[in-house]
Design a protein around this ligand. Structure first.
Ligand code: CO
Length: 134
């Protein structure tokens, strides 16, 4: 059911420092920073030959990732995103199997402009999973 790895998302305390480090120390191609107020994040994408790394810092007062940084001030891995051909079919199958979809269970438009859902980390070995419609 799941397809390609679309991206791995990392929470960082300071996006500008993280962008500089990925560019200068790791020699990576990194996009310009963009702010997504509706997601409460400022982010940039590290473009790798086979996938992307999403660097995110909290933005605004109601950021969903502020709590993550409060618990892990150094930052860390936040979620992993797999592509699926049919998001609704994937969701319905997972719910039938007992997996929990975060929020109201309806797809939202994610950071890449495509519908996404998030699956509860307790159902998948402690890792938050994002599924993205292709
Ligand atoms: Co993501």
């Amino acid at each position: 059911m799941i397809g390609r790895l679309n991206h791995v998302a990392l929470v960082v305390a300071n996006l500008d420092v993280a962008i500089k480090t990925y560019r200068e120390n790791l020699g990576a191609v990194v996009s310009a920073a963009l702010t997504l107020p509706e997601h409460g994040v400022r982010l940039a994408f590290v473009e790798l030959p086979n996938t992307k790394i999403e660097l995110m810092e909290p933005w605004g007062d109601a950021s969903s990732i502020a709590g993550f940084l409060a618990k892990s001030p150094a930052g860390g891995m936040h979620h992993i995103c797999y592509e699926v051909d049919d998001l609704i079919a994937a969701r319905d199958r997972l719910v039938k199997q007992g997996a929990r979809v975060l929020g109201d269970g309806q797809p939202k438009i994610g950071a890449h402009g495509k519908p996404v859902i998030f699956l509860h980390p307790k159902d998948f070995f402690g890792t938050l999973i994002e599924l993205e419609q292709q």
